[in-house]
Design a protein around this ligand. Sequence first.
Ligand SMILES: [Zn+2]
Length: 310
Amino acid sequence: MTTILLTHPRCVEHDPGSHHPESPDRLRAVLKALEAKEFDDLERREAPIANLETIKYVHDSDYVDMALESVPSSGQVHLDPDTALSPASGEAALRAAGAACAAVDAVMNGEADNAFCAVRPPGHHAEHDRAMGFCLFNNVAIAAEYARHAHGLERVAVVDFDVHHGNGTQHSFENDANLFFASSHQSPFYPGSGGETETGSANNIVNVELPAGSGSDVFRAGWTNRILPELKAFNPELIIISAGFDAHARDPLAQINLTDEDYSWVTGKLLAVAQGCCQGRVISSLEGGYDLIALASSAAAHVRALSGRT
Ligand SMILES: [Zn+2]
C-alpha cells in the first residue's frame, strides 16, 4: 500500500511557550521515528497552506481572521488559557489544515491508499468560533467539508482515538446526518463533553467513555462493539482519523493504559472497514500525545499499520 506523509517545518516551529505540553519536540519525535529505514517507502510531501475559504466552511469568518491577525511578531499571545500563538503559529495552523485537505486530494485522486499528516497545532477541540485546548483550526472537520465541496462526497466519517473528546468535531457534525463522528476518550475528563447520551440529531455521533484506569480490553471492546459497527452502518465514502496518542499508558496528561499495539490494532480495524466501504480511503491527522517516547513509538505503529506492515 502507498502511504503519504505530509508535514512542514513551520509545524515544528509553532511554539506555545516553554513548559507547554504541546511542544515542538512532539513533532520532532514523530518525524524522527518516521525517518527509520522501514519507512523509506513513505511518499513525503510538503503540507500546503489551506485556503481561508476552506477553513471557513467550518469556522466563523471573523474568528479565522482574528486568530490569524493575533499572531505575534515575537513572544506568545494567548487565545484561551491553554492555546497560545507564536510567530510561526499562523502559517503552522494553515499548513496543518492544508495537509489534511491535500491528503484528501491524494486519496481521492488515487495517488495513495492513505495518508498521515504529521502536523501541529492539533485541531479536534477547536470550535466554530474559538480556539480551545491547544487547537486553532479543526483540521479533520475542515478536511471532511473539503472532501464534500471539492470531491462531491456525500458521507464522510471522522473517528477519534485521542484520549480527550473531540468536542469541536462533534459540534461541527452533530446536526448533519451525512457526517459521522465517533470518539473513545477518558471520561469524566477534559473537555467535559462526550457522554454516551450525546448521539447527534441523526444518531450520527457515537461516544465511548473510558473510565480512568482503563486499558486495552475496555478500549478494544468499545471499538469492537460500538464504534466499528456504527461506522460500517454509516457506510462512509472517506474515513478521517483524529490520531491522538495520549491514551498511551506513558502519557502524563491522562490515565488510560493503551500500548503501541492498540494503535496498530485500531488502525488495522479502520483500514478493514475502509476496504469494505470506500476502497480503503483513509486519512489521518495528528492530535495529542505528550510523552515523547510513547508518542514516537505509537505514531510509528499507526503509520506502520496504515502502510500495511503490521
Ligand atoms: Zn488529547
